[in-house]
Design a binder for this molecule. Structure first.
Ligand SMILES: NC(=O)c1ccc[n+]([C@@H]2O[C@H](COP(=O)([O-])OP(=O)(O)OC[C@H]3O[C@@H](n4cnc5c(N)ncnc54)[C@H](OP(=O)(O)O)[C@@H]3O)[C@@H](O)[C@H]2O)c1
Length: 262
């Protein structure tokens, strides 16, 4: 990054670490150009990079950083009293709008991004939205930073970001809920719990990898299996006629509403 210093408020938290370790490992961020803050002063998870600066003083972080990433929980934002005018501010916080960030921190150049729990493995889907004041260089920085931990996409409206907060931000937990239903069903049908657990985890890994690389769309795959008329078709027909789509849409709508309301 050369002359750019990156400060991450809440950077030693769960998501901060999951985003930063891939960016450090890939050499996109140099440890010496990175400063992380927390209230506790924790350094856990960054032992491999002794040149990182840690602080409990957000004001000191802001004084040094050209780019500030906000990675505290939404309920902790009220405790941050900082002037970020003139800086690029990148927020990964759900439920805090660009207007609220601008009003509180006086920054014009704001990028909101929504990574997910798969960032540490380099498998996040991270859409982002930028305010009109951001520069091309700001957008390139943000896109490359998030590309270290997965795939990225630029969105044109903030309301899309709220929808993606539900779809892919919360998505890994929705998939976990589906997996848990299958594990419970297997146990109910006499499968040993440890076997049920590994079987369903492997199923999701295999099916996810297959789906990600398949030429067919998921809809094509469902149609192909339904047309084949075998065991899978019997299962799919029963699931789809019991309206599997309804509860999924309801869940996405509830999460989107929560994301948008703040
Ligand atoms: N987890 C996810 O999958 C995910 C996905 C997308 C977006 N997000 C967003 O990412 C943000 C962080 O979530 P998280 O899961 O990483 O939570 P987390 O593990 O609790 O991390 C937040 C960090 O902020 C630090 N912090 C709190 N108040 C602070 C302050 N005043 N100054 C400096 N540091 C402070 C905390 O450290 P101390 O307690 O030591 O201060 C903590 O390590 C949230 O806004 C969330 O909406 C999370």
């Amino acid at each position: 990054m050369g002359l750019t210093t990156l400060g991450v408020i809440g950077g030693t938290g769960w998501l901060g670490g999951a985003l930063l370790r891939p960016a450090l490992a890939k050499g996109f961020v140099a440890a010496a150009d990175l400063i992380l803050s927390s209230r506790s002063g924790s350094k856990a998870g960054f032992e491999a990079w002794p040149d990182i600066q840690f602080t409990t003083d957000n004001q000191a972080l802001v004084a040094e950083a050209d780019i500030v990433i906000l990675s505290v929980r939404p309920e902790d934002i009220d405790a941050l009293d900082l002037d970020l005018s003139g800086k690029l501010v990148i927020s990964v916080m759900a439920r805090v709008s660009a207007a609220a960030i601008q009003a509180r921190f006086k920054s014009e150049r704001i990028i909101r991004a929504m990574p997910n729990a798969c960032a540490e493995q380099g498998l996040s889907f991270t859409p982002w939205f930028s305010t009109s004041e951001t520069t091309v260089a700001d957008e390139v920085f943000a896109d490359r930073f998030f590309a270290c931990s997965g795939k990225t996409a630029k969105l044109s409206t903030e309301s899309e970001l709220d929808y993606f907060t539900a779809l892919t931000g919360s998505g890994p937990a929705f998939i976990a809920a589906f997996a848990d239903v299958m594990i419970r069903d297997a146990i109910k049908n006499g499968v040993a719990p440890d076997v049920a657990d590994i079987a369903v985890r492997q199923l999701f890994l295999g099916a996810g990898t297959w789906l990600a690389g398949a030429l067919e769309t998921p809809a094509d795959t469902v149609r192909i299996f339904t047309d084949y008329g075998g065991t899978t078709a019997a299962g799919l027909t029963a699931m789809l006629s019991a309206d599997i789509a309804g509860p999924i849409s309801k869940g996405l709508a509830a999460a989107t509403e929560k994301a948008a309301k703040g």
